[in-house]
Write a protein that binds this ligand. Structure first.
Ligand code: SF4
Length: 429
């Protein structure tokens, strides 16, 4: 693979848009299977069947090892060597596994066949398999498929692929239906409930979420649908929703006081909510969030921060930490920059911030070592060696496992970054 690095300030990104260092080279990221870890907890009657190898099963086990399960709702149908060598009909084997699984687990109402590198290597057509199995198991179980393979972008892409596979299944909203608001992106239930309550106070009553908590509650979509992205890594899902007539409400992401206010405001404006009503509804939450954040200012203000590209949450979080906690951004790396979805965020970043897109991990490690930031946000694979070198790190994967969106969680988000710095200080005493 050839290494590429270019400096790029794309047209259309607006005047004064930050320069982006685009790099191509070796990357240090998990694959999209990882998304199953939070998605299986969100859609409570779904099962994620990875069609993959022992490596895939091992990844899931280690990544999920930190979580606690009663009855797991994901598993791996292992592709054995004889499947890889074409000595067995992988479709027959898959049908047998699915039949056994569904007979044992009548609680499963939606089954995702999740593709992996091995299933793609043997060109197992999971979309045909899903259609075949759906025909057999509907109306009890709907079978869908998406791919979790590869390292083209990063691990959060798995959620995008999963939600994109749901979009064609959403019922069509009828012409006469009232406008409805769709929150797109998996949020912790408690956070989703808070947002729905806030929208209710603003007078926005028709609110649903994608993914839904139960597969039987798929929200309707149509030209009257307005949607807010709750996560910044849902490019394909957004594209498919738009192809069904829904309109994305441009907004920053709901992280910190500023991001949450902007996100709620985008919906309020689309529903013509009066400015004074909006102020009255959001002011108490804003105030609570400011107080919660303030507790971490002393620890975080002035500290330098380096983001490796991993979760795709880097830019909104960098915006929050720099504008609300006065942290100094050394470099903000993102695996992929969706300029349209990120436009509101980019406009809020401090001038001159170094953005990088994609990864050439060796070069980025060199830059990080040279800068010796106070805090480095990176994947698990880089964190331990950096700690050994005396750098303080934060695992980026925690950002998708922890409820961090909304006013009530703003303090927790700040605390995630203060914690490693406090720990380092204690170790040094
Ligand atoms: S899908 Fe590919 S990258 Fe992911 S665990 Fe399986 S083999 Fe590895």
């Amino acid at each position: 693979m050839s290494d590429v690095a270019t400096l790029d300030s794309k047209p259309g990104a607006g005047c004064g848009a930050p320069e982006v260092l685009r790099e191509r080279g070796q990357r240090e990221v998990f694959c999209g299977l990882t998304g199953i870890i939070w998605l299986h907890r969100k859609i409570q009657d779904a099962f994620f069947l990875i069609v993959g190898s022992r490596t895939c099963a091992h990844l899931m086990q280690s990544a999920a090892g930190v979580m606690i399960f009663a009855e797991p709702r994901f598993g791996t149908a292992i592709i054995e060597e004889r499947d890889l060598a074409g000595m067995a009909d992988a479709n027959d084997e898959l049908d047998k596994v699915v039949t056994r699984l569904l007979a044992r687990r009548p609680d499963i109402k939606m089954l995702f066949l999740v593709g992996s590198c091995p299933s793609e290597v043997i060109k197992l057509d999971l979309s045909r398999a899903a259609q075949r199995l759906s025909k057999r198991f509907l109306p009890d179980v709907r079978v869908l498929n998406y791919t979790g393979s590869g390292i083209e972008t990063t691990f959060t892409q798995g959620e995008d692929m999963c939600l994109a596979s749901l979009v064609p299944e959403l019922p069509a909203a009828s012409e006469g239906d009232a406008p409805n608001l769709l929150i797109v992106g998996a949020l912790a239930d408690v956070v989703e409930d808070q947002f729905v309550r806030t929208f209710g106070k603003l007078g926005i009553e028709e609110v649903s979420a994608l993914p839904p908590r139960r597969s039987t509650e798929l929200p309707a979509v149509g030209p009257h649908t307005r949607f807010l992205l709750a996560q910044p890594f849902l490019g394909e899902t957004a594209r498919l929703l738009e192809s069904r007539g829904a309109q994305r409400l441009a907004a920053p992401f709901p992280l910190g006081v500023e991001g949450t206010t902007g996100w709620l405001k985008a919906a309020a404006d689309a529903w013509d909510v009066k400015a004074e009503t909006f102020e009255a509804v959001v002011a108490p939450g804003q105030q609570r969030a400011r107080v919660a954040i303030e507790r971490y200012r002393e620890r975080l203000a002035g500290q330098s921060l380096f983001f490796f590209p991993d979760s795709q949450l880097e830019i909104p979080i960098a915006r929050f930490l720099s504008r609300e906690l006065d942290m100094q951004l050394v470099e903000v790396g993102t695996p992929y920059l969706h300029r349209q979805h990120m436009a509101e965020e980019l406009a809020l970043l401090p001038t001159g911030v170094q953005l990088s897109e994609g990864q050439h991990v060796d070069r980025q490690i060199d830059r990080c070592r040279a800068a010796r930031p106070d805090l480095t946000v990176c994947g698990l694979g880089l964190a331990n060696p950096f700690e050994q070198e005396g750098l303080t790190t934060k695992w980026s994967i925690e950002l998708v496992f922890t409820p961090i969106q909304g006013f009530e969680q703003a303090g927790d988000l700040a605390e995630l970054f203060a914690r490693p710095l406090v720990r380092r200080t204690k170790l040094e005493v």
